[in-house]
Design a protein around this ligand. Structure first.
Ligand code: HPA
Length: 243
């Protein structure tokens, strides 16, 4: 990036043009950049675009007097892995809340319910980089999860806390997802495991909360309007636990 005096501005990473200090300690991360823009424009006061490298928008504004950022993660462990690692490691970010959608696997879930990911099982190789002599259990932060659950109870929202399956792929043979459901996975998405591993690696806090946009085994899907309403509940929940 060029500064107005023509000199080159150093930014902490290749993937983010924000300067250190332009990103808040708490960041909401939807997968979709358009969702990041929507959250900034509709839920934050005085939101400013601070990065748009590769169309991955990041905005910083405030909510109830607290500085808050929202940045897209993109899809999958690789993309979430890059952006969340850089936020934690180079931008001084302390808490990241993923606000996403997920496919329901549990028969106890209905469309629009919210799942709080207390744990995230994965078939990705993301943990291989740590060379651990065993299997890592990627976990959501308990304090954040408790606040999220309390919020849902207070507001009477359909909400469950438990294991997500954070997959490498979007398109699976049904029998694979049935096996994860058998082992207790409530819902399938693609980003929480990498997020939780980066939080573990950098000693920071993270939580994924996901609205159920479709039920994998019945094929039921939310209408556009239902998606918008459940999205609103989820964003309000996420903001309530960090402000
Ligand atoms: N997989 C399947 N269904 C979904 C997903 C996913 O990652 N996200 C939202 N619905």
């Amino acid at each position: 990036m060029m500064k107005s005096d023509g000199t080159k501005r150093e930014t902490p990473t290749l993937h983010n043009q924000a300067e250190k200090g332009q990103i808040a300690e708490c960041v909401l991360m939807p997968g979709d950049p358009q969702r990041a823009r929507f959250i900034a424009e509709n839920y934050l006061a005085d939101a400013r675009l601070v990065s748009e490298v590769r169309g991955i928008y990041a905005y910083t504004g405030s909510c109830r007097g607290r500085k808050v950022s929202v940045m897209a993660s993109g899809m999958g462990a690789g993309s979430m892995g890059i952006y969340s690692y850089e936020l934690f490691q180079f931008y001084g970010v302390e808490k990241i809340i993923r606000v996403g959608s997920a496919g329901g696997l549990s028969p106890h879930l209905a469309l629009r319910d919210i799942v709080i990911g207390t744990a995230s099982s994965t078939d990705t190789g993301y943990a291989l980089q740590y060379g651990l002599p065993g299997t890592l259990a990627p976990c959501g932060d308990f304090g954040l999860a408790r606040k999220a659950f309390d919020y849902a109870e207070k507001k009477g929202l359909g909400c469950r806390a438990g294991m997500l399956f954070s997959g490498e792929a979007f398109y699976y043979e049904e029998e694979i997802l049935r096996k994860w459901a058998q082992m207790g996975a409530l819902a399938v998405e693609m980003e929480s495991a990498a997020l939780y591993m980066n939080a573990a690696k950098t000693h920071k806090k993270a939580l994924a909360i996901c609205t159920i946009s479709d039920l994998v085994f019945s094929g039921e899907k939310c209408s556009v309007e239902e998606r918008q309403n459940s999205f609103d509940d989820m964003i309000k929940m996420a903001l309530s636990i960090i402000t």
